[in-house]
Design a binder for this molecule. Sequence first.
Ligand code: URA
Length: 279
Amino acid sequence: MTSPADDERDLISLLDFHIESGADAALDERPHDRFGEAEEPPPERSAAAPTRVQPEPARAPARAAPPRTFGQSAAAKPDEAAGDARARAGETRTLEELEALLAGFDGCPLKFTAKNLVFADGNPAARVMFVGEAPGADEDRVGKPFMGRSGQLLDRMMAAIGLDRSSAYIANIVPWRPPGNRNPTPQEVSVCKPFIERQIELADPDLIVCLGSPATQTLTGTKDGILKARGRFYPYRLGDREVRALATLHPAYLLRQPVQKRLAWRDFRLLRAALDGKA
Ligand code: URA
């Protein structure tokens, strides 16, 4: 027979296992078998059982429909949510309005597992804007991008070319942390894309730096992997002017592959030259 202490230990080690596997957020009190649900046949009327006419229950008094939250249908229809997001984002006139709009957007399921919206950090009037992929645990806790180890490395890389968070603006493609730091899905990226595009439009930088492959592919449309795409400038349309987007390696990748920092250093020197009008 197991003791309550054994049960507790078992439960804790099961929870540890879930967390290590990336399932670090509780979505409901009860488990759901989604596969089972999908395959469940519609209830059939048994031929043998006589169908009894049920007395109609007394109708509940008609209630006003709850107000429709913006983007609510996204989990079921990401395309609709992305269209909705694009139309509404296009109506915002300031970054503050855009942030408030995002805070009220229910179309990306990541919002419901994240602690905070991670909108931006740095100076929105800066000439250069860095765009990463998605917040991690540190960013989720603080509510600002690039707060953890990748952020410290990004700060050092920026410092090496004379930039800091007062001379750069920083955001992510997806502004909510994917649970367990998994990569955002293509649907999550496409639902959030109109917001980062509007954020770039409103910040109106002269240069964009795409950190890593998801930011590069999302903003430039290239299908090339980051090792091929890095070190190149891509045209980026901002209203009636064209600016440039530089692809480079993500700091998290550089933490795993420090030998590649030499490539990032080349890219950052290119960025400095571009800012100085020499590239
Ligand atoms: N990685 C990102 O892409 N963005 C962050 O904000 C932090 C880590």
